[in-house]
Structure formats: C-alpha cells, structure tokens
Design a protein around this ligand. Sequence first.
Ligand code: FAS
Ligand code: PHB
Length: 393
Amino acid sequence: MRTQVGIIGAGPAGLLLSHLLHLRGIESVVLESRSYDYITSRIRAGLMEQNTVDLLNEVGLAKNLNKVALPHDGVQFTFDGVLRRINMQELIGRRVTIYGQQLIVKDMADIRERVGGEILYEAEATQISNLESKPSITFIHSGQEQTLECDFVAGCDGFHGLSRPSVPGNLRKDFDRVYPFGWLGLLISAVPPSEELVYCHSPTGFALFSMRSEEVTRAYLQVRPNESLENWSEDRIWSELRGRLGQHDGLSLVEGEILQKVITPMRSWVSEPMQYGNLYLAGDSAHIVPPTGAKGMNLAIADVCVLSRGLIDFYQNNNWHYLNSYSETCLRRVWRAEHFSWWMTTMLHRFYDANPFDHKRQIAELHTVFDSDAGSRLVAENYAGLPLEPWQP
Ligand code: FAS
Ligand code: PHB
C-alpha cells in the first residue's frame, strides 16, 4: 500500500488531520488498532474550547454538534463555603461547549467514510521504519502483516502508542509530573446539579460536576492514587458527591443510576521534540495533561492545525518552513496548557500530605483568583482556550 501521509490512530488528532488534508486534496490512510464501535463509544473528554468549535464549523464537521451540543457562557467554582461564577462570555466574549469526545470522533469517522477516506480499523501499527527518508509503517490487519509506504507519518496514536518511542531515545527529552491522586469518573442518569460545570474544592477532596446532556451527569471525584473501584460503594459515592458539592443556592444534587465508573490516574507529561525526520507527533502521543483544565482533546486539535498547515504548504508550494518549525510552534501552546492544567489541579485538589499551612494557603489562593476580575479573566482566557494556528497556509 502507498499514500502521501500515513496516520497512526483514529482519535480526535488522527481523524481531524485526515479530514483537513482531504480538504486540500492530500491523500492519507488512517491505521486504527481498535474497532469503529470501540472508538465511537469510548467515553472520554467532554469540553470543547471556543476555537475548537469555530474550527469544526469552518471545516464542515459541526453539523451534529450544532444540533445537540451544550454551549456554556460561564463556569462555577465552590470553595471555603462560597460559590463563584466566571462569566466568560461577559469577560472575554468567548464560551465553552459540552460535546462528548465519542460524538466528534464518530462525526469525523463517518464523514471520512462518506467521502471515501481510507480508515483501516483493527489495524495495529507495529513498526515505523526509514523515518529519515521514505518512511513505511508495518501493521497487522486481518491477521496479515502489511506495509504502508508514505512520504510522512503522523503519530496520532496516544500516550501508549508506538510513535513517540520511535523517536531515538538519545534525541528525546521527557518531562513528567505524576499527581498523588486520581479521578473516579462517573456517568449518572440524573439531571446535573447545574446547567454549567461546577468545580468543587472541599476538605475531603475535589469534585467536578459536568454533563453529557440535560439528563446525564458526568461527575468526577478525587481519589487516592491506585484506588480500587471495590472501595467505592454507591452509598460512599453519593455521600462524597453531596459532601463535596456542599449547600449552595441554585445547585441541587439529584440521585440516579450510576451507568459507568472508571478510575484514571493523573499526570502531566511532555515529550520533546514532537518531530523526528518525517515523523510528526500530535496529541496524546506527545503530551498528557491532568483533565482539570479540560485541555487534552483541545490540545490534540491545536497540534493538528499546525501539522496540517505544514503538510499543505509542502505539497502545494514545496515549502518546508512550517514542517521544520512544527515542534517549536506546538510546544509554545502545549506548555501554556500544561501550566494551566497544573495550576487548576494544584489549586483545586487536596494534597494528602499537605500541612495546615498549605490548606490555608490554598484557600487564600482560591480567593485571590476567584474574588478578583483579573484572576477570573486569567482563568477564563485559558479555560475558553488560546488562539489556534491557521490549519492551512
Ligand atoms: P487518542 O488516545 O484519543 O487516540 C489515539 C488512537 O490511536 C486510539 O484510538 C488508539 O486505539 C490508537 N492507537 C494506539 N496505538 C496504536 C497502534 N499501534 N496502531 C494503531 N492505532 C493505535 N481530555 C479532556 O480534555 N477531558 C477529559 O475529561 C478527558 N478524560 C479522559 C479519560 C480517559 C480514560 C483518557 C484515556 C483520556 C481522557 N482525556 C480527557 C484525554 C483525551 O481526551 C485525549 O486528550 C484525547 O483523546 C487525545 O486525542 P488523540 O491525541 O487523538 O489520542
Ligand atoms: C468532562 O465533561 O468530561 C470534563 C469537563 C471538564 C473537565 C474535565 C472533564 O475539566
């Protein structure tokens, strides 16, 4: 098999890149190790930045999103017995939108299929070769080992993929921060406590109340690291959700059936550089953020805009400039998102080894940020998202 751009991974990064290249007549093949049903039903990210939604509208990927997504002007925070709301629309003229990652993945996969895009499901890439000349990807599909020859490889295969390890270890620098807690993610058949997201700092730990629709709550509870689900009975879950939300006008916790519960660890991670030879890493293959800042999926989309512009400029104008500066361009925004995600995480979570001074200092930091317009504006600008690079030259 041969194509212009070999894309490993059909997550938000891989599928968006395949679509953008198609819009400018550039061929690609997407290799995805899982099935279509798996990737279009996996519950993961939920919040989109304004720039992400604008981009999806610009490139014809927002038809279903515009029908069912939930746009929010504001976001709420509870701490130290108070409830604070940041009105992003009023402060900076931008908002955020709730639209489950599995939905945008389905939208992109279906649109690619409709226009004849080549996505091979249950096709696991096992090796990338000749990265400094004409690369090839070896993969297993239908029990057969096959090879995809290409000009470029886009490593969109997430944190556990093989793209990042294909960058020689002596050329790669990894930056890592593991947090001393995880999140218990819950999908609950119940009306959310508020129409907007509520981030809660409490003496027994962090909680987040998001949603997937007006009748389905997506909630998260901070848990100890390496926690097991067996320790979280339904009674304990409801007791902690209620306790961490607290009593505030306008917020009411409605109980309902818990449809799913999963524990995920929390870490910050960046691997530099994000390119080697004709391999370009985009999304979780190059970086991970704690989900407190809701940056993971948005950052993957931001990387793809930079890579798409570089590839289009190469094929249309034989210009290498944007490809040569790909890693440097992406990392400026990646590190801003890493900082914001770290800041929101350390401000809002309880550190189990913190002493009384640390607890009081943390409360003071929350008041410093959320009692002031300047602090609220800073949170709003980063939460609603920084500008994206153009996706085409
Ligand atoms: P993805 O991981 O989405 O996609 C990579 C794809 O590559 C996968 O489909 C995988 O099957 C495939 N793949 C891997 N190895 C392969 C190989 N060898 N061959 C072929 N295919 C291969 N972000 C948020 O903003 N908010 C959240 O609440 C949130 N919750 C999350 C919960 C979980 C459990 C996880 C794991 C992540 C969560 N994230 C969240 C982060 C997540 O949304 C990512 O940022 C986003 O999926 C990144 O997209 P991609 O870079 O496309 O990687
Ligand atoms: C979600 O809806 O899954 C979500 C929203 C905001 C976050 C994390 C997760 O910060």
